[in-house]
Design a protein around this ligand. Sequence first.
Ligand code: AP5
Length: 305
Amino acid sequence: MLALPQVAKSKVALPCSALDNMRLVLLGPPSAGKGTQASLLSQRFDILHLATGDILREAVAAGSSLGKKAKKFMDTGALVPDAIVIGLLEGKMKSTQSQTGFILDGFPRNVDQAKQLEEFTDLDLVLCIEVDPNRLVERATGRRSCKNCGAIYHVRYNPPKQLGICDKCGGPLFLRDDDNEEIVRKRLRTYEDQTKPVIQYYESIGKLKYVEGEGSIEDVQKKLLDAIVEQWPQLKDAAYGPMPVKKPVVSTPPKPSPQPSQQPRPQHGQGAPHGGGGRSHRGGRGRGRRGRYFGKPGSKGPNKP
Ligand code: AP5
């Protein structure tokens, strides 16, 4: 059972109260643009971006035992067993604590994962990006990701200014082990067999919107925002207004620790350890954060009074 922490809603004022607990899932075939688009949505609506592919790659890079087990599956284009994925997701959530809302990217990937997710949260909207399968191989094999910050590029469609170097942090760009044509085609088959039924399920309960993923990154983002505004017209200004500027995280010199007896108990919504300065979990992109909240069963989504 996916047992993620349930945290009291933050008392910190949010820029737009309507956005404070938006719970989205972004699905689509391999290399459809989920990570690229989820990152933009997370920045626009100030919601947590959780990508299970990235969480798994972090575990692989760290050389943890779960990461080593996961790699064997990832390298063949198969799904990693649920127990591993959910264990890692749970660990990430515990370290993140709470958030203002979330966008899950690449999770759930099969019917069992969808059932487990339902046990702990009530999703607001599932968006599925559709792309012609023939384009997917080209998108995957041309993708380059930053080793430091996880930023995503494409050698043709979204190239970095300097070959092999991340525009955002100067980190080295690399080609993922599973981004060769043979494995991409296997990942596509896995998607057809195991993830399509999840999509059909969300469609059958009226939570799914398809978004056409052809066109430029900006075009696709606009289509996703249109789908969100169609669901929640009150989000029009937030969706189409200027992208919120990421506030720099200001580091202050550490204060001397109080004596153990004087140490206050941390309260949810009152700053550390759950407060601002967290990292997005798409490749560890650093982002300042305000209020934090991760879905509480039965709580209301952004369109609900
Ligand atoms: P994961 O990392 O989730 O892989 P995926 O679903 O195959 O998705 P990708 O990360 O390949 O692509 P994306 O849709 O995010 O596209 P992106 O934005 O990068 O999972 C990897 C593996 O981990 C799985 O195979 C599985 O083994 C395991 N796994 C993960 N989650 C799991 C789970 N829940 N359960 C079990 N196993 C799990 O874009 C791709 C490229 O296209 C980039 O170069 C980008 O710049 C470019 N691009 C994006 N949009 C456009 C556009 N509109 N036009 C032109 N180029 C574009």
